[in-house]
Design a protein around this ligand. Structure first.
Ligand code: LLP
Length: 456
């Protein structure tokens, strides 16, 4: 087979990073891969592999695309909120905050990371279908807005507001009953979802909150799923949210904030064609605005919670190729030095990615079909069932694109494999944003009871 056209040559869309497979700064110099002005080969020489890399320009352009579109299409006030589950770190909290974003957290760990990273408490929202008492206390003590997901949350928030004898602002999350086309594990808006109040309970919830003078229902939230390419479900969601805000008014609540969740998909492979950030924001802004105007309802603060479309395209993972196994007439396995512990998405959702060789990004060499396996003791630890890349050998580097979201944040230490380091690249500089774990680190929480004999 001859070298075939590579996705690396796709035209780059600087306005909407989620429409590209590669980070905006991806370049080929002397036939080799550069990101953020840095030679990927050199980065691995300095920081070892596997290696997560985030490109600052792509991250910032993604944030700006949301901000600009909200300013352009929504007449009322707006606040984009980064869904930190996509990639939570001090660095990410700090960067999104510097771009004027708020942040959504779902655990005390994410809340703490946001606060320490510099996100102002009034721009943080706290989600979750089973918040612990300790987590709720932490959120309330730090004046963070809680999104009440169920009766258990509601009871505890009532208790807090009575006990503290101060007004507490809350939002409630409901399940809007909207279907969308995405993997069933990441679909959250349908009636059978574990998240949020069912529509049939909303009247009860509105009445219940009314009984407590210190509980102030200021907003409604819904999130329909993730990696969505259709605009229609979000158009419907905008209308549904406004109509529930109008209903809430009948019970004496003044809803001033509507949060439409996240969900915009990204381009992982050439087969994917997500809408642009601008079109997504335009759709939601128009639907909320039309419905408000039709019903003479004051435009609320519009919030949205993108995660994947902020951080995924900015991220790549670099692996070193190790062993080869050829099964004649069937396939050739290449094994890399990471896998399901740093990227559990292929084994969890059968997700597809794009990749290239760092030494031959354009597939100029004779290309072959390979199966790329991870190093974990599990047959399903396969990153690519079949990929066409140039001839390669042990020691060559493979770059997998689109790994900025839900890779590091879902990583594990399966097989006691330490997590990779993470770097930020920009203008030819690389900065460490997460240290590489060591095998010693992994022993940190092991305890050998005294009656067992310690081996030296
Ligand atoms: N808001 C809420 C309440 C959410 O539950 C989520 C994602 C988001 C916002 C952000 O959605 P995004 O813009 O990233 O689509 N681990 C899965 C994705 C799970 C998404 C969970 N919730 C994956 O790797 O595909």
């Amino acid at each position: 087979m001859k070298g075939k056209d590579s996705f690396i040559n796709n035209k780059i869309d600087f306005e909407s990073p989620n429409k590209n497979i590669v980070p905006l700064t991806t370049k080929i110099n002397n036939g080799k891969l550069f990101i953020g002005g840095c030679s990927v080969e050199q980065l691995v020489r300095n920081y070892d592999s596997p290696l997560y890399i985030l490109d600052e320009l792509t991250l910032r352009n993604s944030c700006k695309a949301y901000k600009n579109a909200l300013n352009k299409y929504y007449e009322g006030d707006s606040l984009p909120i980064y869904a930190s589950k996509a990639n939570s770190s001090l660095f990410m909290s700090n960067l999104i905050s510097s771009e004027g974003f708020g942040l959504d957290a779902v655990s005390e760990g994410e809340l703490l990371t946001a606060l320490k990273g510099g996100v102002p408490y009034e721009k943080i929202v706290f989600h979750g279908n089973n918040k612990s008492d300790k987590e709720l206390e932490f959120a309330v003590a730090n004046k963070i807005k809680v999104v009440v997901d169920n009766n258990y949350d509601l009871e505890r928030m009532i208790n807090f507001s009575e006990y503290l004898d101060r007004k507490i602002k809350i939002m409630i999350r409901f399940t809007p009953g909207i279907e969308c086309h995405t993997h069933e594990y990441i679909r959250t808006g349908s009636f059978d979802s574990k998240f949020g109040f069912g529509l049939e309970n909303l009247t009860y919830v509105f009445e219940e909150i009314n009984k407590f003078k210190n509980l102030d229902l200021v907003g409604l939230h819904a999130h329909i799923g993730s990696q969505i390419f259709e605009l229609e479900p979000h158009r419907d969601l905008g209308k549904i949210l406004v109509n529930f805000a109008i209903d809430a008014q009948k019970y004496g609540h003044r809803i001033q904030e509507l949060n439409v969740g996240g969900g915009l998909g990204i381009k992982y492979t050439n087969e994917d064609d997500p809408p642009s950030i601008e079109d997504w924001v335009k759709t939601i802004s128009e639907s909320v605005t039309e419905e408000c105007k039709k019903n003479n309802f004051q435009l609320p603060l519009l919030m949205c919670e993108p995660g994947r479309s902020i951080v995924s395209t900015s991220g790549v993972t670099i692996y070193k190729i190790g062993s080869f196994k050829e099964i004649p007439g069937l396939k050739t396995y290449i094994s890399v030095d990471g896998g399901m512990s740093d990227n559990p998405r292929p084994i969890t959702y059968q997700s597809n990615y794009s990749a290239c060789l760092v030494k031959d990004p354009l597939n100029k060499n004779q290309i072959n079909k390979y199966t790329i396996a991870g190093k974990h003791c599990e047959s399903g630890d396969v990153l690519f069932k079949e990929i066409e890349i140039g001839s390669c050998q042990t020691g060559d580097l493979l770059c997998v694109f689109g790994t900025g979201a839900y890779n590091l944040s879902m990583s594990s230490n399966y097989n006691r494999i330490p997590r990779p380091a993470a770097l930020l690249v920009s203008n030819g500089n690389a900065e460490l944003i997460q240290k590489r774990e060591t095998s010693e680190d992994l022993l940190k929480y092991d305890v050998l009871p005294d009656r067992f004999i310690k081996q030296s």
